[in-house]
Design a protein around this ligand. Structure first.
Ligand SMILES: CC1(C)Nc2nc(N)[nH]c(=O)c2N=C1O
Length: 160
């Protein structure tokens, strides 16, 4: 099976509960096991600032699902959280992104992996480093190097 990493984010309708529930739902995906989950982090919105703070986390899965089948399952979980897209980069109840899918580099209509913005997003890199500190990205960049370029800033770990 394939090791993959999922980014979770929410800033609507009790974001902590949205992320915690989504983590539980990841444990029951078909042909998939949840290997690890980061802490939850509160983070300032990147992009449009006129929206609530986010709660972010990263999960590590082992899956036998193909990338697009995994994406279908993640989108079903987002729908179950009544994700409504008002505006691009606007507030949402739940965002599930495939950050990494083993060493694969994927560029299809539906899917770009590694996630195109992950290298410059502290709300992804710091939770990812919590569960996979020695990770090397498919292009050979060590996660530790990306972290050194990405201050933790106002990111703060949320207690359990
Ligand atoms: C709107 C945009 C770009 N900003 C974010 N900002 C933060 N802090 N966390 C997110 O998950 C997030 N997701 C997004 O899609």
């Amino acid at each position: 099976s394939i090791r993959c990493y999922i980014g979770l984010g929410s800033n609507l309708e009790d974001p902590q509960a949205q992320v915690r529930t989504a983590l539980e739902q990841l444990t029951s995906l078909p042909d998939t096991e949840l290997v690890a989950a980061s802490s939850l982090y509160r983070s300032d919105p990147v992009g449009p600032q006129d929206q609530p703070d986010f709660v972010n986390a990263v999960a590590e899965l082992n899956t036998r699902l193909a990338p697009e089948a995994l994406l279908d399952e993640l989108q079903a979980i987002e729908q179950a959280h009544r994700r409504v897209r008002e505006r691009h980069w606007g507030p949402r109840t739940l965002d599930l992104d495939i950050l990494l899918y083993a060493e694969q580099q994927i560029e299809s209509e539906r899917l770009v992996v590694p996630h195109r913005f992950m290298r410059e997003r502290g709300f992804v890199l710091w939770p990812l480093a919590e569960i996979a500190p020695s990770l090397i990205l498919p292009d050979g960049t060590p996660l530790s190097k990306l972290l050194s370029l990405c201050p933790m800033g106002t990111l703060e770990k949320i207690g359990l």
